[in-house]
Design a protein around this ligand. Structure first.
Ligand code: SF4
Length: 308
């Protein structure tokens, strides 16, 4: 994966190790074990048409680009993210996706992802309009890191397009890892999104040496909730080539989450999940209130998965 860091993050990284470690490459990226995956969620296998991933019956993932404002070194999709040419889509590709969705009335949710869909605002505005006009689509969701990685890319045109979607909910899932990311510019972007009627949720990944501490996550989730962003998911880092050095032992994550559950307000506490390595769903990780065997679990298809 290429290196790309916005000016906004470069400035921030000078003051924050947590930011520096997320965006500046380390030599450890070149070391990986044989068990690490390239495409752990089997997204490429479930791609019937360019830019679209259809893995679950009622929703599809739309990857409008493989470009981002900055590239996170721990990206699960690092096998393809930053390959801008490969991910380049035009309006005709969106039209093809629309036809695919129309032919499958069971699909009721669209998830815009990437890359970061906000780095291709014109195509995003076009796709939002087209998909929101389909009566079968009841939920629109968009995953972005722009408010953190380059908040100035959240333009008035994009916000206006969000405001125009009146008849169905638009959920915007913002990717946060550390409270140092909550700069005044990022907070303004959050406020602008709220004004544009987006329903804000967050997603995070446990990252070794960055946010694997009770204090850091307590501060992050509390602050997000105060700003009107509902913490939604925190993932166990996927076993992907080049990012293994970010993986936190699951036992440590469970201890942190259990302590957070005791102290945080319920609405500030996210699901802690493992995205199963065979693409079979996000399995919730139990807390320490119950006795269980952390060496493995069963996925959505009842298949046994070993943790180590
Ligand atoms: S913003 Fe998202 S898609 Fe882009 S590099 Fe970061 S994690 Fe990957």
């Amino acid at each position: 994966m290429l290196v790309k860091i916005s000016q906004h993050l470069k400035k921030l990284a000078k003051k924050s190790k947590a930011i520096e470690k997320q965006f500046y490459p380390s030599k450890q990226e070149n070391k990986f074990s044989r068990k690490a995956f390239i495409d752990p969620l089997l997204e490429d296998k479930y791609s019937p048409t360019k830019g679209l991933c259809h893995k679950y019956p009622h929703r599809v993932l739309v990857e409008l680009t493989l470009n981002c404002a900055s590239f996170c070194r721990f990206c699960t999709r690092r096998r393809k993210v930053s390959d801008i040419k490969r991910g380049q889509l035009v309006k005709k590709d969106v039209d093809t996706m629309i036809e695919y969705v129309k032919a499958r009335p069971d699909i009721n949710e669209i998830v815009f992802s990437g890359g970061d869909p906000l780095v291709v605002p014109d195509l995003l505005i076009y796709a939002l309009k087209k998909f929101s006009q389909l009566s079968q689509i009841k939920i629109l969701r968009l995953h972005t890191r722009i408010p953190v990685s380059n908040p100035r890319l959240l333009t008035k045109e994009v916000l206006d397009a969000f405001s125009k979607i009146k008849t169905k909910p638009l959920y915007v899932s913002i990717h946060f890892e550390h409270p140092d990311e909550l700069t005044p510019k990022t907070i303004k972007a959050i406020k602008d999104l709220r004004k544009a009627s987006a329903i804000l949720i967050s997603q995070s990944v446990f990252l070794k040496g960055i946010n694997d501490s009770y204090e850091v996550l307590e501060k992050l989730f509390t602050k997000l909730t105060e700003l009107g962003v509902r913490p939604y998911y925190i993932y166990h880092c996927d076993l992907v080539r080049g990012i293994e050095h970010f993986i936190v032992p699951i036992e440590k994550e469970i201890k942190i989450m259990t302590k957070l559950r005791k102290n945080l307000s319920g609405i500030a506490f996210p699901f802690h999940v493992i995205d199963t390595p065979n693409g079979a769903g996000k399995v919730p990780v139990p807390l320490d209130f119950w006795k269980f065997d952390p060496s493995g679990f069963t996925d959505f298809k009842n298949k046994k998965i070993k943790m180590y």
